[in-house]
Write a protein that binds this ligand. Structure first.
Ligand SMILES: Cc1cc2nc3c(=O)[nH]c(=O)nc-3n(C[C@H](O)[C@H](O)[C@H](O)COP(=O)(O)O)c2cc1C
Length: 370
């Protein structure tokens, strides 16, 4: 029988500036909606602590919304502003650190992926670069320069608060068709001013956010930037059709001060462009020279959008292909979503080869904080 590759590569430390992670396993950001009125409580604290106790190198929290009235699309999405919510986050940081883990919040604004009249602030209209949804439906006027500045400031305030509370960095949610991504994508950004235009110009809003966050936290606090080609609707959307376009997109973000790119894909093994086996993270690393996180169906036999579309679960599969790519340095860190949502001990079981004890992901699991 062929020898399975050792998982050693996954358990080597990795440093992002002055932040050292004990291994390459990152908990992917996953919205759980267990924070009534936006306040994360003891159940959420225990949920993250269990991952820290069980060997996850870096926890990226679920998307947590910045201080803007239209940032959230549900009252149980945790806020990253207001004393009560920040106290909740402070307890989570302390608890994760006590268990030996590292944790960063994913700062989020949903943009026009929020219905008109939706809680928690039904009176606040959705906002977007051109005031339209992914389907081209007009829900508001295009954001004014004043609104843009307010949102940039709110992200920077979130970054400053993350640092003050003792988090180990921040992740900016620039993926999946939410506000920052709406500026990136030509279908939702039809602006004629300096925030619109070609792919490089459409990064301006994100660049301003990254710079404002960098100014707020200083040079050593890690800023991770998550982006995706795909949108929640439609999945087939793309920002960059060629490596050259990807380079045009990434270069302003690197200059603005991003430390790590988190490249969101459904299946980590899928080549991003023809003629090379590199995935999106692999190309991003090759182009920028920056550390990158890969993600998508690690350890599972089906991808996560089938869960959202059809409530499909997933069986555990081996991670040999992942290890081979990690050993080749295609990427530096590996984000794990559903496998860690259902099984807080996933990292320990992988390290100890207890693969027959891994818990399969089910639709029901999404309703419980294991
Ligand atoms: C329940 C659930 C909630 C998610 N919420 C977020 C989120 O808040 N922010 C984000 O960037 N991605 C979110 N994602 C995407 C995951 O971070 C990850 O990219 C995706 O699940 C693929 O990884 P997996 O195949 O290991 O599950 C979510 C995924 C799931 C399953």
């Amino acid at each position: 029988m062929e020898q399975a590759p050792s998982v050693e590569a996954l358990f080597k430390p990795f440093s992002i500036g002055s932040l050292t992670l004990s291994n390459r396993i990152v908990m992917a950001p996953m919205t759980r909606m267990f924070s009534p009125e936006g306040v994360p409580g003891e159940n959420v604290e225990a949920y993250y602590r269990r991952r820290a106790e069980n060997g996850v190198g870096l926890i990226i929290t679920e998307g947590t919304v910045i201080n803007h009235p239209a940032a959230a699309s549900h009252p149980n999405i945790p806020r990253f502003y207001g004393e009560e919510a920040l106290d909740g986050w402070s307890r989570i940081v302390q608890s994760v650190h006590k268990a030996g883990g590292k944790i960063i919040p994913q700062l989020w604004h949903v943009g026009t992926q929020r219905a008109v009249g939706q809680a928690p602030n039904p009176e606040a209209l959705p906002i977007g670069p051109s005031g339209i949804t992914a389907d081209g439906l007009k829900v508001n006027e295009p954001m004014t320069k004043k609104e843009i500045d307010m949102v940039v400031d709110a992200f920077a305030q979130g970054a400053a608060d993350a640092q003050r509370l003792g988090f180990d960095g921040i992740e900016l949610h620039g993926a999946h068709g939410y506000l920052i991504d709406q500026f990136f994508w030509e279908q939702t950004n039809r602006r004629q001013d300096e925030y619109g235009g070609g792919i490089a110009e459409r990064t301006r809003f994100a660049v301003e956010i990254v710079k404002a966050c960098r100014d707020a936290v200083g040079p050593d606090f890690p800023i991770i930037f998550r982006f995706s080609q795909w949108k929640s609707r439609p999945y087939t959307a793309k920002l960059a059709y060629t490596p050259d376009e990807l380079a045009q997109f990434l270069s302003p973000l690197v200059d603005a001060g991003v430390d790590v790119f988190h490249c969101s894909t459904r299946r980590f093994w899928e080549p991003e462009f023809e003629g090379s086996s590199l995935n999106l993270a692999g190309w991003t690393k090759k182009i920028t020279g920056k550390p990158v996180i890969t993600v998508g169906s690690v350890g599972l036999d089906s991808e996560f959008l089938s869960f959202f579309a059809e409530g499909k679960g997933a069986q555990n599969v081996n991670i040999d292909g992942l290890i081979e790519r990690l050993e080749l340095d295609e990427f530096d860190l590996v984000a794990v979503g559903r496998a860690l949502l259902v099984d807080p001990e996933w990292a320990v079981k992988i390290r100890e080869g207890r693969v027959d004890e891994l818990i399969p992901f089910t639709k029901e699991a999404s309703r419980v904080l294991f």
